[in-house]
Design a protein around this ligand. Structure first.
Ligand SMILES: *Cc1c(COP(=O)(O)O)cnc(C)c1O
Length: 366
């Protein structure tokens, strides 16, 4: 929780933990083939893993995924008996931490596999791990060649209990992309090379692709946090985030005068410019310069001039009630993270994970 009080904050980030839990439950109802994990990497997509993990855990979530070992260690005590998987593979030398803290590595290469098997044999224990298979992303995961090596040398799995075989979809938010079927086919073929184990396949959008992409364990992140897993169709998820910024000053600008760095916006009339206490250091992308919007009681105020590090300027000329101390909505009912992403040419994921560390944060309990 921030040290800044709500009375004095320049910007407030509200996170609705109840909506995150509702979204998880909705995904559980859709993914009938097995449990639904919570992907909480990057500090739960910027919303605060230390709040999100206990909320999901209390709702019954017992599988969590993060990208890094440090992220796993940070949540280990918050989800005592849950499986916590680390997606990015084993950094050489870190194996012992996984074992000591009961974190499950996702083995992404033969080198990962050898390291984990060596540790298992040295410690005389069978050790759990997930195995990532590359079916088309071509980032991490065992390649087709690695799988043939494994089939010919099954002893390389000595001491390893494969809890899940995992693969990750390339274009799951585009249901017509032929890669979805291709990846499902490749995953089926890969399973033929491996000892029988449950599968974890779908991310958020994968859950909505159809039965073929549902598996023994789903791994949604984005949809939990309200990002639309079915772009082009109405968003089935509840919105989770509200970001408001305070108007610190209102200034009259005469026609012909410019606002902000490099004078990229020129007043064409006598204008009232509302200066808000948020900037690109808070994750409000500089790409929103002269393109973004904020909302006040449902009315749009155009973002004028450049977004600067700590301040952003909006045209309040038509809204005389917008004044010093007014609150402007940056994310909320009028503007979702997906909407904001569309304006600055990115996705909702980047909007959320870019949210800054200077906000006063309010968590609405589940
Ligand atoms: C981030 C990630 C997920 C979650 O994806 P969403 O699209 O946010 O649901 C699942 N699996 C892997 C391997 C990931 O890296």
């Amino acid at each position: 929780m921030s040290e800044v009080s709500l009375e004095t904050a320049c910007a407030i980030l509200e996170v609705d933990l109840g909506a995150i839990v509702a979204n998880w439950r909705l995904l559980c109802r859709r993914h009938v083939t097995g449990p639904v994990a919570g992907v909480v990497k990057a500090d739960a997509y910027g919303l605060g893993a230390s709040q999100v993990v206990p909320a999901l855990y209390d709702a019954g979530c017992r599988h969590f995924f993060v990208a890094l070992l440090d992220e796993a260690l940070a949540i280990r005590d918050l989800a005592p008996d849950a499986l916590i998987g680390v997606l990015s593979g084993i950094v050489p030398g870190s194996e012992a931490y996984y074992q000591r803290f009961g974190i499950t590595p996702v083995l992404c290469s033969l080198a990962d596999l050898d390291a984990w098997s060596t540790l298992a044999q040295r410690s005389g224990q069978r050790l759990p791990a997930m195995l990532q298979v590359d079916t088309g992303m071509h980032r991490l995961g065992l390649s087709h060649h690695d799988l043939t090596v494994l089939r010919d040398e099954p002893a390389r799995l000595a001491g390893i209990d494969i809890t899940y075989v995992l693969s990750h979809l390339v274009a799951s938010e585009e249901p017509d992309d032929p890669k979805n079927v291709q990846q499902a086919d490749r995953l089926d073929a890969a399973l033929g090379h491996l000892p029988a184990a449950p599968v974890s396949f779908a991310n958020s959008s994968g859950i909505f692709l159809g039965d073929r992409w549902c598996s023994a364990l789903a791994r949604p992140g984005a949809a939990l946090y309200g990002i639309n897993p079915t772009p082009g169709a109405p968003n089935p998820m509840r919105s989770v985030v509200r970001l408001s910024t305070r108007v610190l000053a209102v200034r009259e600008v005469l026609p012909g005068e410019t606002v902000g760095y490099n004078g990229t916006w020129t007043a064409s009339r006598v204008s009232r410019i509302a200066v808000a206490g948020i900037g690109y250091a808070d994750g409000l992308s500089r790409a929103l310069s002269n393109r973004g919007r904020a909302y006040c009681d449902g009315r749009a105020l155009a973002l004028v001039g450049r977004v600067s590090m700590d301040l952003t300027t909006f045209d309040a000329t038509d809204y005389p009630d917008v004044d010093c101390g007014s609150w402007l909505e940056i994310i909320g009912p009028n503007q979702s993270p997906d909407d904001l992403a569309a304006i600055c040419g990115t996705n909702g994921y980047e909007i959320l994970t870019s949210l800054g560390r200077r906000f006063a944060r309010v968590y609405h309990p589940a």
